[in-house]
Design a protein around this ligand. Structure first.
Ligand code: FES
Length: 97
């Protein structure tokens, strides 16, 4: 069963169980920073306010205390994360087809 992801000062959602945290945030139309998507660069780093995450492989990038790399982890409990910018600035506008 998937765990709830809460965005600090935002809302909560239920990600697909197989999705990484980055994929889960992207599926909510939140434009996250990333480069490698494999735990090497550290570009995607965000603050974990509450909860636990699980890395399938230990990331090589330096991770600050209290931060996580959402590109290569999944929520291991209900989690609360802080985004690097206000949610409204990170929400992507859906392209009109
Ligand atoms: S995108 Fe490179 S560590 Fe997450």
């Amino acid at each position: 069963m998937a765990n709830i992801v809460k965005i600090q000062d935002g809302y909560s959602f239920l990600p697909r169980a197989e999705a990484t945290l980055l994929e889960a945030l992207e599926s909510e139309n939140i434009a996250m920073e990333y480069q490698c998507r494999q735990g090497y660069c550290g570009c995607c780093q965000i603050k974990l306010i509450d909860g636990d995450v699980e890395y399938q492989e230990e990331p090589l990038a330096f991770v600050q205390e209290g931060h996580i790399l959402p590109c290569c982890c999944k929520a291991n409990s209900d989690v609360t994360v802080a985004l690097p910018q206000p949610l409204t600035e990170l929400q992507q506008r859906k392209a009109s087809a």
